[in-house]
Design a protein around this ligand. Structure first.
Ligand code: MLC
Ligand code: AMP
Length: 506
């Protein structure tokens, strides 16, 4: 297998070459943190982790708001060899407690407001705090580290770098263990694909607890020696105002639909930008066309997932075709198979997308059965996405073999929501579906059957879920029915429900 420069080595490379080169920029586009300071900070965090007894391979869980110290935590773990495990800052205490129980981290870093919310944690778990302004016991401890250079960076490409949870169609989330080589190979390939150089300034408005914002944006820019304008969250007007100071944007489709609502979006306002990239959810062909008409820029759409990092991309030069996710990346094998038999299908036929390459994860955390279920003997990973390769070789995602809703780029697994709703008093059963939504692409809708004689309202259901599920997973609408449509096998016909509620949000 080809070897790719480790992410930490690329930081050291640019720090040695020009320590003053900026890596992070503030909301005005001004330099905030340079490569020299970045190297120092990552090494300092690694030294602290060692000092605290965190061993390479131990999980370090972070439930914190997006901030520069939170990003540094990822790079410090990478330096030390600890497995970075970021959690969505919108999760509820019940969700976080489940992840901690499953992952058994040796260190938990949380926002100070969470200390009182999390009870019954294992006594061996060390807890430190970090708020979004960078204050907390974690920062205080870092200040005590005397000699950061004592810890040499890790290099083993197969060693786990991170663990990100992805939910499942049949139950609780699974931790995808991501090796260093998946990160370094993707970064090295994407620099070439998307022509990133040390002159690039990326607007970073994505969260940093998922693959897109944490790895694809950060690692690619780091490996190119470029810089990022680091924003706490996406705000369309703010991002638009920064275009003259930037060269590239990576976003989910909602970024682009929201940018299109701005009257000032034009060829002039985007003239300093060279590249707009979209992923994590399907970009409507209509959004692609409208954006090109207004700005002259063809959005470059790519396709990836937590277990595989990036798999395909539309070309930098040549047609960026709306409704397609482009070609397999160099080094990535992609095939379309019959979902039932696993046999490869001919070009043009729709089936299961399978991928193989250095971008793949190493398996699900403590779940060899599920890993074996999703991996073919010849090393292909079964993505759960249905698609085809068209006559020009472009990959098109046609649907999902997995029961998954993608809302504003966040994945929501109906099974998890249904299980929570079914537990609520007065509920017989429920079916959760995704329906088209003008802002989030898809919205979560719950269809609920209540017990005879009991009148439930949408507010009852939502109130019952507030403490259990993160906001983005909660239904944007609850519909009550006397029974769910079922086929002759007794399976709920979600397609019928999707058709029925199709027009709720458009
Ligand atoms: C926020 N809300 C959402 C939501 N985001 N509801 C459903 N889906 C979402 N994605 C809730 C808020 O809590 C709020 O509730 C209400 O909806 C409106 O919020 P908002 O202020 O309009 O939302 P905002 O904060 O602007 O966030 C929207 C967003 C954000 C699209 C900018 O969700 C986002 O950054 N998404 C990116 C997700 C991402 O990075 N995915 C990558 C996964 S990696 P209320 O009731 O309080 O008003 C991956 C692999 C790959 O998939 O290929 O990249
Ligand atoms: P996640 O598990 O959060 O990594 O989400 C990965 C899933 O997002 C994939 O399996 C796809 O279903 C979906 N996805 C990512 N990029 C795209 C895209 N460009 N078009 C359609 N779906 C996408």
């Amino acid at each position: 297998m080809t070897s790719y420069p480790d992410i930490i080595d690329t930081i050291c490379h640019f720090a040695n070459k020009d320590a003053d080169r900026p890596f992070l920029r503030d909301a005005h586009g001004d330099a905030l943190l340079n490569y020299g300071a970045l190297r120092h900070e990552a090494a300092r965090i690694a030294a602290l982790l060692a000092q605290l007894g965190v061993k390479p391979g131990d999980r370090v869980t972070a439930q914190v708001e997006k901030s520069v110290p939170a990003l540094m935590l990822y790079l410090g773990c990478l330096w030390h060899g600890a497995v970075y495990m970021p959690l969505n800052s919108g999760y509820t205490a019940a969700e976080v407690a489940w992840f901690i129980d499953n992952a058994e981290p040796s260190l938990l870093i949380i926002d100070p407001s969470w200390v009182a919310k999390l009870t019954d944690l294992p006594s061996a778990l060390r807890i430190e705090t970090l708020d979004n302004s960078g204050k907390g016991s974690w920062t205080d401890l870092l200040g005590t580290v005397a000699n950061p250079s004592l810890v040499a960076p890790r290099h083993d490409p197969e060693a786990p770098a991170a663990m990100l949870y992805t939910s499942g169609t049949t139950g609780k989330p699974k931790g995808a263990v991501i090796p260093r080589r998946a990160l370094s190979s993707n970064a090295a390939i994407l620099i070439d694909m998307w022509r990133f150089t040390d002159q690039d300034v990326l607007i970073h408005a994505l969260p940093i607890f998922h693959v897109h914002g944490l790895f694809i944006a950060t690692n690619t820019l780091l490996s190119a020696g470029g810089s990022m304008i680091f924003l706490p969250k996406f705000d369309a007007a703010q991002v638009h105002a920064l275009f003259p100071k930037a060269t590239a944007l990576m976003g989910v489709p909602t970024f682009y639909t929201r940018l299109l609502t701005l009257p000032g979006l034009s060829r002039e306002s985007t003239s300093h930008m060279r590249l707009f990239i979209s992923g994590s959810a399907p970009l409507l062909a209509e959004t692609h066309r409208e954006f090109e008409e207004r700005t002259g820029h063809a959005i470059l759409e790519r396709y990836g997932m937590t277990e595989t990092q990036m798999n395909t991309s539309n070309p930098y030069d040549g047609g960026r075709v709306p409704g397609t996710v482009g070609f397999p990346l160099p080094g990535v094998d992609l095939r379309v198979t019959d979902p039932a038999s696993g046999e490869p299908l001919a070009q043009g036929e729709i089936g299961m997308i399978e991928v193989r390459g250095p971008n793949l994860f190493s398996g699900y955390w403590r779940n060899p059965e599920k890993t074996a279920e999703d991996m073919r003997a010849d090393g292909f990973f079964i993505t759960g996405d249905l698609g085809m390769i068209d006559e020009a070789g472009y990959v098109r995602i046609i649907g999902r073999g997995k029961d998954l809703i993608i809302s504003g780029g966040f994945n929501v697994y109906p099974k998890e929501i249904e299980a929570e709703i079914d537990e609520l008093p007065g509920v017989v059963e429920s079916a959760v579906i995704g329906v088209p939504h003008r802002d989030f692409g898809e919205a979560v809708v719950a269809v609920v059957v209540s017990q005879p004689g009991i009148t439930l309202t949408e507010a009852d259901i939502v109130a019952g879920l507030t403490e259990r599920l993160a906001k983005f997973k909660q239904p944007k609408s609850v519909q009550f029915v006397t029974e769910l449509p079922r086929n002759t096998m007794g399976k709920v016909q979600k397609n019928a429900l999707r058709d029925q509620y199709n027009g709720l949000f458009v």
